[in-house]
Structures are given as C-alpha cells and as structure tokens.
Write a protein that binds this ligand. Structure first.
Ligand SMILES: NC(=O)C1=CN([C@@H]2O[C@H](COP(=O)(O)OP(=O)(O)OC[C@H]3O[C@@H](n4cnc5c(N)ncnc54)[C@H](O)[C@@H]3O)[C@@H](O)[C@H]2O)C=CC1
Ligand SMILES: O=C(O)C(=O)Cc1ccc(O)cc1
Length: 307
C-alpha cells in the first residue's frame, strides 16, 4: 500500500536526536524544500551545535513548549530506551494538529512506551522504522540521500487516522523512502533475525578476539572478509545495547537457532564431515545470491556509504 506523495510544504518539523538518522531525515527534507523550519532537540550540546553548524537544523530547541508550538511533525531519532522519557516530556505541549513518529529499530517496546506516555493522545503517534543506516553515528555522519530507495516500515496503531499515517508515509517518501506495513511483533521478529542478531555477532567476534593472546597480531592480518563481517561492530554501543534489551525475547530465539547451527558446524568439524559443511555452505551461498540479486540490487547503497 503506497501512500500518495503530497508535495505541500510542512511548516515545522521537530527532531529529537539530530544524529545519523534524525540528521539525514532533516537533510533530505531540506534538499526537497519540503519544510520551512526544522527544530532540533538534543541531550548532547555538542551534537546540537554541530547540527546547527552543518545546516541540518535551523533552530536549537531549548524550550519544549516553544519548540513544539505549531509543529506539523515530530521525529524521535534517539536510542530506543529514550523514547518514553521523550514522549512524556512532549505530552503536555503536544497540540492536536501535531503527529509524532519515531525511527527506532524496535517497535513493540516503543509502542508500549508510547501508550504509557501519551495515553489519550496515542492516536497522534505513528511508530516507524527506516531500514537504512550505517555504522557511523552523530550529526557528522548524516547524509541527504541515506533513505533513497530504502524501505520505511510503519507499524500502524489501530488508533491512527488515515491522515496521520499519510503524513508520516508522505514525508518519508519525500526523503526517497518506500513505505511498508508490518505489525510490531512481526517487525521485531524479522529484525531480530536479519539485523539485531548480525550486530550482536559482529560485536561478539571482535570483542572475543581482543581477549585472545596475540590479539594485535591477529588484527594485523585481518583482511576484507573480517572487515565486511565486522563493519557493523563500529556502530553505536548505546544504540545497540538498547535494541538488544528492547528486543531480547525475539533475539534470544534467534540466538538459540544460531547456537544450534554452530553446534552442527562444530560436530561436522569434529567428525571431519565435509559433506555436512558443504551442504550448509552451499545452501547459504545460494540463498545469499538470491537475496543479493532480487532484493539488495533494488536498493543500491548511497555513494557516501550506508546500508
Ligand atoms: N544507525 C542506524 O543505522 C539506524 C538507527 N536507527 C534508530 O534510529 C535511532 C537513532 O540512531 P542514530 O541516529 O544512528 O544514532 P546517533 O547516535 O547518530 O544519534 C542519536 C542522537 O540522539 C541524541 N539523544 C539521545 N538521547 C536523547 C534524548 N533523551 N533527547 C534528545 N536527544 C537524545 C544523542 O545525543 C544523539 O545525538 C535509534 O533509535 C536507532 O535504533 C534506525 C535505523 C538505522
Ligand atoms: O549499517 C548497516 O548495515 C545497518 O544494518 C544499518 C541499520 C541499523 C539499524 C537499523 O535498525 C536499520 C539499519
């Protein structure tokens, strides 16, 4: 279901967290002249000043009442554990015409936090997740074309009005994203398998190599396979701690499957069972080729790098 792209200019967008995701959203909207004014709200003063200096935001919002006054859209782009506190701070100043959305990598916890914090105003919150990013974070990592051709998953609430859903879908479409719809539980199961587990494994591998004797010698000889497998271990630890804890139930299920797979591989090695190794590797190679040809090729990464 694709929403019709509306080209009307928004008056005011407020972004909580002007790092990679919030900053890239702002730059994309500015490139399209899709908004008159972007206000940034930050926990980190340096990030806020940097976002102003880079022209990502027009105004640094210190006073929340003033920041939210007359806003069409609010984007929460901070680590997911911050969501409830941010929504509680927004609540008293949230006007009837304002729609709030988020960019969090997990959705069931975000929806629960939103229900607790927004109560009677919950219909104004449209949970969403752009499936685009990179391992660098902060305002300096923000790029205008990060979302070009990438998916935006909306986990709509039954309370959301069609116009609220359209505003969020349309605004992301103007950043180049393509809206898709899942429910929060489906979303969290899917992303546990293909995003959260891979990040956990990349961190785990690099961390355990640092513990080994001759770690430096090992890192010295690591090549492109190591770089590709571990690129995402360069991502923000706070963000990934929050995602791991928020989606721990689905992540534990995926971790159990992965451990069983490692056990099969370990058994094959112990028994010098080349046939078993070949079966696993060949199946994985074929599945990855299919994915790469049919899905990934439709979403080429931006020139500056990213997912
Ligand atoms: N990095 C990625 O590739 C992707 C991240 N996401 C999600 O987007 C969100 C933001 O991630 P990034 O932009 O990568 O992180 P980031 O670290 O680049 O930016 C987050 C910003 O939020 C600020 N912040 C933290 N707590 C805050 C609070 N209470 N109020 C206001 N600002 C606050 C931080 O100071 C920081 O500048 C996270 O929820 C993450 O799960 C979603 C898709 C991709
Ligand atoms: O850096 C990468 O390759 C990513 O996988 C980016 C990413 C990180 C978190 C998300 O919720 C979505 C995309």
């Amino acid at each position: 279901m694709l929403a019709h792209t509306n080209t009307q200019q928004l008056t005011k967008v407020v972004i909580f967290g002007v790092g990679l995701i919030g900053g890239s959203f702002a730059l994309a909207l500015k490139k399209q002249a899709a908004v008159k004014q972007i206000v940034g709200v930050e926990r980190n003063q340096n990030a806020l000043e940097r976002a102003l200096g880079l022209g990502i935001i027009d105004v640094a919002g210190a006073d929340l009442a003033a920041a939210l006054d007359g806003a069409d859209l609010v984007l929460i782009a901070a680590p997911v554990a911050q969501t409830e506190a941010i929504l509680r701070a927004i609540y008293p100043h949230l006007q009837a015409q304002t729609i709030v959305t988020d960019a969090g990598s997990t959705k069931a916890d975000v929806v629960e936090a939103a229900r607790r914090a927004l109560e009677d105003k919950i219909s104004q919150f449209v949970p969403a997740h752009p499936i685009a990013g990179r391992e660098s974070n902060g305002p300096d990592a923000a790029i205008a074309n990060l979302y070009q051709g990438k998916k935006l998953v909306i986990t709509a609430l039954p309370e959301n009005s069609p116009s609220a859903l359209n505003l969020v879908a349309n605004t992301w479409q103007r950043c180049g994203a393509v809206p898709y719809y899942l429910n929060p539980a489906e979303h969290d199961q899917v992303f546990a398998a293909v995003s959260h587990l891979p990040h956990l494994l990349a961190y785990a591998l690099v961390d355990q190599i640092t513990e080994q004797p001759q770690a430096e010698l090992r890192f010295q000889y690591a090549a492109s396979g190591f770089r590709d497998f571990t690129r995402i271990a360069g991502s923000s630890p706070e963000m990934w701690r929050d995602i791991s804890l928020a989606n721990r139930a689905a992540l534990l299920v995926e971790l159990t499957h992965y451990q069983a797979q490692l056990q099969r591989i370990s058994n094959a090695l112990q028994h010098s069972d080349g046939e078993q190794l070949l079966a696993i590797f060949s199946n994985a190679q074929a599945a990855r080729q299919r994915w790469s040809q049919s899905i990934e090729s439709a979403e080429p990464p931006p020139k500056e790098g990213g997912d």
